[in-house]
Design a protein around this ligand. Structure first.
Ligand SMILES: Cc1ncc(COP(=O)(O)O)c(C=O)c1O
Length: 421
């Protein structure tokens, strides 16, 4: 029988709690020092971080399940939703704040499924067709929702293979989705074409802008060419966009947005067979942290359009540096044509596992490379990385030259995993 650590009988005083927590934190990656390129932590600057933290603290006891009790949270949510819909160029529409990209995708798929039940009554085995590059959240949600997912191999440039996608559609297909951009190679799927195909066949179309949703509008305003992805595209019925990514809100906040407020009837869970009475929620969670919503509001209001544009430009400049300097390193190349600020690089001569191990040995928290094709993922999630991108590039050059001269083999056990295992 397994024995577990017994629950402590007596509480600790606050000072001892902080000491224990600071001690536990010592092994954490130095994300503020920018040592975590491409994963887990989005960070704009210390001011934005502080605003999010203080707002979170102020509203930490609130519960967004009870918006009647907390008109403050109701106001914050409805303003964040309004701002998001206006940034995504919705004419009308509706949106909710969820706990993250996975939940936003789940709610979009649940809504699409219920919409199909009402509009495509002949569908008995609903299917979703996506490119192989789409995030696993689609399959995770499909498992819960009993939808079948068909993943099709992308084109050589990592965009959706439209012919293959059309070949995979059948009379049971209720949803098509595209990424804007996809996480690994950073390219956008052809949202305009895909949404038009969906529209012509009465299929729901979803844009997964979890990564780009709160960066693309500002990069576009700054004059950078951003492929079409938002509600300006005919046929886009829903969008997922993460506040806790490039919205720079504390983690636990995302938007699921719909082109038409009428879709909300398919979104909600409305239950009327409980001793307590009717129970209606718009997201997966019952109790929702009001603190996340308040903190997202505070960060957005603090930065405003002007602040986001400035940050978007700073991030863009780091992207330009990486896209210039990585392919200039002999033996390395960048995959495809990254269209925002996420990219991946590979090598024709070196094993990317060795490169990742070399970077890890130099103190860069390096997540296991992508398998197919073999690649090191790099995203400018954090401006803290911008403070040390020169050091990263020098270390990368150094690792490559050490591997080429056979001078060094690095310890692969230092490479981290992606996900909870
Ligand atoms: C393209 C894309 N979609 C969805 C998600 C899921 O977001 P989350 O981890 O917030 O659930 C991610 C996460 O990285 C992503 O990159």
């Amino acid at each position: 029988m397994t024995t577990h650590i017994p629950f402590p009988e007596k509480g600790l005083d606050e000072a001892a709690i902080w000491q224990a927590m600071d001690c536990a934190k010592e092994g954490d990656v130095d994300w503020r020092g920018g040592r975590l390129p491409g994963f887990y932590v989005h960070f704009a600057n210390d001011d934005v971080d502080r605003v999010g933290k203080v707002a979170f603290q102020k509203f930490q006891a609130t519960n967004a399940l009870g918006l009647g009790a907390f008109p403050s949270i109701k106001k914050f949510e409805s303003e964040v939703v309004e701002w998001a819909l206006s940034l995504f160029r919705a004419k009308g529409g509706a949106a909710s704040i969820t706990s993250g990209g996975t939940e936003s995708i789940f709610i979009a798929m649940k809504t699409a499924r219920e919409w199909a039940k009402a509009n495509r009554p002949n569908v008995l085995n609903p299917r979703v067709v996506i490119s192989h590059t789409a995030h696993p959240a689609f399959d995770k949600a499909a498992k819960y929702l009993e939808l079948e997912v068909v993943r099709i191999a992308p084109r050589a440039d990592f965009k959706t293979d439209i012919d293959a996608l059309e070949g995979a559609l059948d009379d049971q297909t209720i949803m098509i989705a595209g990424s804007a951009p996809q996480f690994t190679m950073g390219v956008f799927d052809q949202i305009e074409e895909l949404a038009a195909i969906a529209e012509s066949r009465n299929i729901w179309f979803h844009t997964d802008a979890c990564v780009g949703g709160f960066l693309s509008p500002f990069a576009e305003q700054n004059g950078h060419p951003i492929p079409a992805w938002d509600f300006r595209v005919m046929g886009v019925k829903s969008i997922s966009a993460d506040l806790h990514k490039y919205g720079f809100a504390p983690k636990g906040a995302s938007i699921v947005a719909f082109a038409d407020a009428g879709f909300q009837k398919f979104q909600v869970f409305d239950f009327n067979n409980w001793s307590r009475g009717r129970y209606v929620t718009s997201t997966f969670a019952g109790t929702r942290s009001g603190a996340n919503i308040a903190a997202a509001w505070a960060v957005m209001r603090f930065l405003g359009n002007e602040g986001y544009r400035k940050i978007a430009e700073q991030i863009w400049q780091i992207r330009e540096q990486l896209l210039r300097e990585i392919p200039a390193i002999e033996d390395l190349f960048v995959y495809g044509e990254p269209e925002l600020t996420v990219m991946s690089y590979g090598s024709k001569t070196l094993d990317v596992g060795d490169i990742a191990a070399g970077l890890a040995a130099k103190g860069w928290y390096t997540v296991a490379p992508s398998l197919n094709p073999p690649a090191i993922n790099l995203g400018i999630l954090s401006l803290a990385f911008g403070e040390v991108s020169d050091v990263y590039l020098n270390d990368l050059r150094d690792v490559v030259s050490q591997l080429k001269t056979g001078e060094n083999r690095f310890d692969r056990s230092l490479i981290g995993s992606y996900g909870t295992r």
